[in-house]
Design a protein around this ligand. Structure first.
Ligand SMILES: [Zn+2]
Length: 284
């Protein structure tokens, strides 16, 4: 069934778990995520990132309606989410398609501007009955923001989210959940993630809304448990599922038919997604 994040956060809170938000770029991703969530009977977030439109990996016009349909026909609660929306027009397009959860990422903007634009997105999204994720603090890695697609591999402490700013941001904008920077990196990890677990706890208490961890794939299961314990309720997951799919195809190379690659990729992603979902839901 299609739900908003607001519908499933109480489940995450009650079970002291995080809900996985899996970015999809193809039909095989969608099937891998939904089938795994149904197998484990856990709520899930099916996400599409505006970044993947900008770098021509996938198209919202094509995948969006399929995501909404897959959510509606699923036996588990599925929130269909727009990840890292940076333009109001693009966010509204997703809302019109039936997405009931959107992120506005104004983290590269000055604080006041981020507040102003996020507030406008909150007003618009709430009219559609959708929930909104905002972001405060700067994440390292490959990110689409108001400066374009930027790459900054170093996770700098001075860019981590300030708890007082987080608190003010939530109060001023009315966001339903908050993405924060505390040591994770978008994309592939070239060194071990340096997560400030104490900061996660302080941010969670300051923000008073569910915290979101971006750059979630590639983090150890032990570290997932620790951030969940300290208040993270949504974990964004993409890169390592995507890598698993690529490795699954390489393992059967050479192939004769295209569909063989699709099946092998999907199966490998499914295995990776299942390990992550089990960990987030305390089922491992
Ligand atoms: Zn992100």
């Amino acid at each position: 069934m299609l739900v908003t994040l607001k519908d499933i956060y109480p489940i995450a809170q009650e079970k002291q778990m995080a809900i996985g938000a899996f970015n999809v770029v193809a039909l095989e991703n969608i099937v891998a995520v939904i089938e795994t969530a149904e197998k484990l009977n856990v709520p899930v977030i099916l996400a599409f990132a505006q970044t993947h439109e900008e770098n021509q990996v996938a198209s919202l016009d094509i995948l969006g309606p399929i995501m909404v349909m897959a959510a509606k026909t699923s036996s588990v609660p599925v929130a269909v989410h727009l990840d890292h929306g940076i333009s109001e027009a693009y966010i509204e397009k997703a809302l019109k398609m039936g997405f009931r959860s959107v992120m506005f990422d104004g983290s590269s903007l000055p604080f006041d501007e981020n507040v102003e634009m996020t507030k406008r997105v909150v007003e618009m999204a709430h009219r559609y009955g959708a929930s909104v994720e905002g972001e405060i603090g700067k994440m390292a890695g490959v990110t689409l923001n108001h400066e374009g697609i930027t790459e900054n591999r170093k996770s700098k402490r001075s860019n981590y989210t300030d708890p007082d700013q987080a608190k003010r941001f939530v109060e001023l904008t009315g966001v339903d959940c908050l993405a924060c920077s505390f040591g994770t990196v978008h994309g592939e990890y070239f060194s071990k993630p340096d997560i400030d677990f104490e900061l996660v706890k302080v941010l969670s208490e300051a923000a008073q809304v569910p915290l979101v961890m971006h750059g979630g794939s590639g983090v150890s299961h032990e570290d997932y448990k620790r951030v969940i314990k300290n208040g993270v309720r949504k974990i964004n997951y993409f890169t390592y599922m995507d890598k698993a799919g690529g490795e699954g195809i390489n393992a059967i190379y050479p192939i004769q038919y295209y569909h063989e690659a699709l099946r092998a990729g999907q199966k490998a992603m499914q295995k990776d997604v299942e390990a992550a979902m089990r960990c987030f839901a305390n089922m491992d």
